[in-house]
Design a protein around this ligand. Structure first.
Ligand SMILES: [Fe+2]
Ligand SMILES: [Fe+2]
Length: 322
């Protein structure tokens, strides 16, 4: 990847919520739809902030100055998306049927997540963000937009999606590095020098994330998707991409990648699946169904022949295709 060119694009494609024309009127819609839509955008505003927190951490960790500047621009993007989502929530809150708040599971999850980020190793932080962005981009945002069916939402989503395309490209670029032998060598040496106190704090933070992660994923991703994508086509597509990416390297090097594969294999195993599937699904976050193997051998073999950049481009093309 040409990082300098990517950074140029990051600067060139900046926008502000004020660029959008907020003077139009929302289409009229039934009461339940208005309530659902305002709630969706209220939660989206919180999720975008979490994405911003992850990029802020990535910015802090990378050494390459160009990459640092790219991540700094992503932090700005996510804050802007959060603002845009909040403005969309207000825009569609025509009748003030209720007072809207972020889902409690999101409020409970967010501080643990932000705390845990500082202890997570880079590859784990990247795995969270890439899965989150695949689900957000390929599944949630597009489905919300189709459900809303309104010019204001479409105009905002077009700009948000343009930013997210850059994010996905860099997420895959980083995934390649974090799956590499070079990274494994570097991080293994660092991990040996970690103090027991730090390991204990990190473990506690991570347990909290796992504990609060499952209800958060259900309330903020899975339940809304059941409303806006009832057949679940886009959601499965997004999880399938995340699964394939997790298996891109023939052998998982990092403990987290091994752990994820272990949970997936457990769910898909004819004996452990029925017994431990629910527990494993909960530990992984999204629940048992999303851990079921969604790709076949041929699809995996194909992905292993492709470069990470080609995989990113394909994920981006999928956004337009659905
Ligand atoms: Fe975003
Ligand atoms: Fe993003």
């Amino acid at each position: 990847m040409d990082l300098a060119r990517m950074l140029d694009n990051c600067h060139r494609d900046q926008w502000s919520v004020g660029d959008l024309d907020w003077s139009r009127k929302p289409r009229s819609m039934p009461r339940e739809d208005e309530i659902a839509i305002v709630q969706l955008f209220t939660d989206m505003s919180g999720i975008e902030r979490l994405a911003g927190a992850l990029f802020r951490e990535q910015e802090r960790r990378v050494e390459d100055p160009t990459l640092k500047a790219i991540f700094a621009s992503f932090v700005k993007d996510e804050v802007r998306h959060s603002h845009a989502a909040q403005m969309l929530a207000d825009f569609y809150d025509v009748h003030h049927y209720k007072e809207y708040r972020q889902s409690p599971s999101l409020t409970a999850f967010a501080p643990h997540f932000v705390d845990a980020i500082q202890y997570l190793s880079d590859d784990v932080a990247n795995a969270y963000i890439i899965t989150g962005e695949l689900i957000l981009d390929i599944a949630l945002l597009r489905s919300i937009n189709d459900f809303v069916q309104d010019e204001m939402s479409s105009a905002a989503m077009r700009l948000i999606n343009r930013d997210e395309s850059r994010h996905i490209a860099i997420d895959y670029y980083m995934a390649e590095y974090y799956g590499s032998e070079e990274y494994e060598q570097k991080v293994a040496a660092q991990e040996q020098r970690m103090s027991p106190a730090r390991i204990a704090r990190g473990t506690r933070a991570f347990v909290n994330v796992l504990y609060h992660g499952s209800p958060f994923i259900r309330d903020v991703f899975l339940d809304p998707m059941a409303l806006v994508d009832p057949r679940g086509v886009r959601l499965r597509e997004a999880f399938k991409r995340a699964q394939i990416l997790g298996r891109k390297e023939v052998n998982a090097r990092r403990p987290f990648a091994k752990f994820q594969r272990f949970l997936q294999d457990g769910v898909n195993h004819p004996i452990t699946g029925p017994i431990l599937g629910n527990l494993f699904g909960r530990l992984a976050g999204p629940g048992k169904d999303m851990l079921k193997r969604m790709y076949d051998d041929e699809e995996l073999a194909r992905a292993r022949r492709m470069t990470y950049d080609e995989l990113a481009q394909e994920a981006l093309a999928q956004k337009e295709a659905n």
